[in-house]
Design a binder for this molecule. Structure first.
Ligand code: SF4
Length: 440
């Protein structure tokens, strides 16, 4: 069998795509290898969300040059968002690349690899293709938690974001094909699914008949064997009362929501084309907190978006305090090619971005520590998914609100089990606890 080495950067969607590619190429007699020096085909699944992510790919390609010289038969491919965005620029800058293809072409990966091998000249495939649901192809060794793509693309055109350019317009998979995939996962022993979409709560609007994410979650709740349902990433614009109620009422839906804010300033939100104001965002937060007891909230923030003044930045910090997020993912603004904001004249100096980012992370970290500390003494349900990173004699898992908990399992084999753990100590990024017993 030929050997495939996969390198994945970026988001969960990319991890999911890499699994699909491995599954599809498995049908063509490619088996996965961890070692790039024994590979016949190396595929790099890329991210284009920040310039840094792209630079990482180019430096990785530079490292692979030597391998290609030693083994001229080695095929090297670049797939994913950066492939879609940069297209032929990749072939120019990294002539060792034999194949460049975007996400819409994943279903045809086998044919593209064969073409690159046969034609011995670079193959470029970045057109928009039909939406194909590739289900349950690669059984993963852990068989516990799985990502399931329910929709692709985004129509929102936030001025900083490349997703509409790399992943195309919003398109939902049919509920039946999603449920078939999830039933297959449950049969293999998976217990948690995360429904994925760049704009996941816009799910179903484009289908005939139209449906929504709440209805999908209700159906997934009926799948025997699946114990937990998560979904990401939600957009405040598409967050409905129906979905908020589903978070409360559907037993397997976890009390956790990632709701990107990006900025706390109305002026900046407008320049970002986010489609909501801070007042509207706060209304949603109030509804969420009133409706779903114990809901954990996380968010994305951008520091130093073009034109962001100190006052705009302060407004973001103030929102972080006001909402009291359980966790925050903050990044400095990075101009992306072909996005509107990259051409805005009032770019913020890097030093300001860095300082603002550090400040946001400090504020968010203090809140997170406070919220973790409030959980001390509480008994929480944990899905055991491995061992503690720091102490392999301890077990680790996640709460429904997505916090990592490390605890002494008393030597019991509890992998994949739902257990109850009493929280004894809160750390900045995780919790420690003692095992109470198996969850009912
Ligand atoms: S909604 Fe999200 S994916 Fe869509 S353009 Fe905005 S940031 Fe990008």
């Amino acid at each position: 069998m030929a050997k495939l080495h996969l390198i994945t950067y970026g988001c969960q969607m990319n991890e999911y795509d890499s699994e699909r590619v491995a599954g599809l190429l498995g049908r063509q007699q490619y088996e996965l290898t961890d070692r790039e020096d024994e590979a016949d085909l190396i595929l790099i699944n890329t991210c284009a969300i920040r310039e840094k992510a792209e630079e990482k790919v180019f430096s990785r390609l530079g490292e692979l040059k030597g391998l290609k010289q030693k083994n001229p038969g080695l095929l090297i491919g670049v797939m994913g968002c950066m492939a879609q965005l940069q297209q032929s620029a990749i072939l120019k800058r990294a002539p060792i690349v034999d194949l460049v293809f975007g996400s819409p072409a994943i279903a045809r990966v086998g044919e593209l690899v064969e073409r690159a091998r046969r034609e011995r000249r670079p193959v470029l495939e970045t057109g928009e293709g039909a939406l194909v649901k590739l289900t349950g192809i690669l059984p993963r060794p852990d068989r516990l938690k799985a990502f399931v793509t329910v929709m692709e693309g985004c129509d929102k055109y936030c001025t900083f974001c490349v997703v509409p350019l790399t992943r195309g317009r919003e398109r939902s998979h049919a509920p039946e094909s999603i449920l078939e995939e999830i039933r297959g996962l449950a049969r293999q022993g998976y217990r948690e699914v995360t429904l994925l979409g760049q704009n996941v709560n816009a799910y179903g609007k484009d289908l005939t008949p139209a449906t929504d994410l709440a209805a999908l979650i209700e159906s997934v709740n009926e799948v025997e064997g699946i114990e937990r349902i998560r979904f990401t990433t939600s957009n405040p614009v598409n967050l409905t009362s129906r979905l908020i109620q589903a978070l409360r009422d559907v037993p397997k839906a976890c009390e956790y929501l990632h709701l990107p804010l990006q900025s706390g300033s109305d002026r900046i939100l407008e320049r970002m084309n986010r489609g909501y104001t801070r007042a509207r965002y706060l209304e949603l937060i109030a509804e969420l907190q009133e409706t779903v007891p114990g809901l954990a909230l996380s968010t994305d923030l951008i520091a130093g978006f073009p034109g962001e003044t100190e006052a705009d930045f302060e407004a973001t910090g103030e929102m972080v305090e006001r909402v009291g997020y359980d966790s925050v993912f903050a990044f400095r603004y990075s101009p992306r090619p072909r996005t509107a904001a990259a051409a805005f004249p009032d770019q913020v100096p890097e030093a300001h971005k860095g300082r603002r980012l550090t400040r946001l992370l400090e504020v968010a970290g203090a809140i997170q520590a406070r919220k973790n500390a409030a959980l001390e003494g509480r008994e929480m349900e944990v899905l055991v998914d491995g061992v503690s990173k720091k102490n392999p004699r301890e077990l680790a898992g996640r709460t429904r609100c997505n916090r990592v908990v490390n605890f002494d399992g008393g030597g019991r084999r509890l992998y994949g089990e739902l257990v109850r753990v009493r929280i004894t100590q809160a750390m900045p990024h995780s919790l420690r606890g003692t095992l109470v017993g198996r969850a009912q």
